[in-house]
Design a protein. Structure first.
Ligand SMILES: C[S@@+](CC[C@H](N)C(=O)[O-])C[C@H]1O[C@@H](n2cnc3c(N)ncnc32)[C@H](O)[C@@H]1O
Length: 224
């Protein structure tokens, strides 16, 4: 399900006429956080193989990730056709041989792991707070299924810690999401980790990121 939410950082048409004509969208948050996320990916991602990005949004992340990690073959996805058009436009401008055309993917709909895997890296940035807990649980269960043995999952976003927001700004954003749909909002980091571990992944690292966000890394253990 795609929700139409009123978000403070909603993507806008990119600024130049050429960009607008090509359907490129630009999200201020993606431009702010992509270098910090990219630095962690360089450290945590496998050097080669297949990378799947879920909820790719404008495409401004994946063009940076694919350029920085050229040993990986990158597959961006998003359920929103306008976002997929934007990803395709940014990708055309980037001209990267290891970046595939975007595919439609509703991560909360069970079964997609059978069509998109196995992959060696999954990247998911800023989605879980925009979907319900059952949808998040379903999406994360599919992530665990889509990973090849030894594969890595990198999850980034805002989280509750011990059930509470960590700043007034986070509390206000969480409340504004719940005002739009009581089922959505920030997820607790402990619950999220516990669910992924129950799905068979191993928690590798939690990294504190700018603006109170967290980056969580997991892997799928190889069979002994
Ligand atoms: C806040 S944006 C984040 C985009 C990008 N990851 C970023 O950080 O810039 C949320 C994205 O999630 C996508 N989305 C919403 N519901 C989804 C779902 N059920 N499965 C996959 N993506 C979804 C939206 O279309 C949108 O592109």
């Amino acid at each position: 399900m795609i929700r139409r939410l009123d978000l403070p950082d909603a993507p806008a048409l990119a600024e130049t006429e050429a960009e607008a004509a090509e359907a490129r969208l630009s999200a201020p948050s993606a431009l702010r956080n992509r270098d910090a996320i990219c630095a962690e990916l360089r450290r945590l991602a496998p050097p080669a193989g297949r990378a799947l990005e879920i909820a790719s949004g404008t495409g401004e992340h994946v063009i940076r990730f694919a350029a920085a990690l050229p040993g990986l073959d990158w597959q961006p996805t998003d359920p929103d056709p306008a976002r997929r058009a934007s990803i395709a436009a940014w990708a055309a401008g980037a001209g990267l041989p290891n970046l595939r055309p975007p595919l439609p993917l509703d991560a909360a709909r069970p079964g997609w792991a059978d069509r998109h895997g196995p992959v060696d890296l999954v990247v998911l940035v800023n989605l879980l707070h925009l979907i319900s807990r059952p949808e998040a649980d379903a999406a994360l269960a599919e992530v665990a299924r889509v990973l090849a043995p030894g594969g890595v999952f990198v999850l980034y976003g805002p989280f509750l810690r011990d059930g509470a927001a960590t700043s007034p700004g986070d509390a206000a954003f969480h409340a504004s999401l719940q005002a739009q749909d009581p089922a959505i909002g920030y997820k607790d980091v402990i619950d999220t980790c516990a669910h992924l571990v129950a799905c068979g992944l191993r928690h590798v690292e939690t990294v504190a990121m700018p603006a109170n966000n967290l980056l969580l890394a997991f892997d799928r253990p190889r069979q002994k």
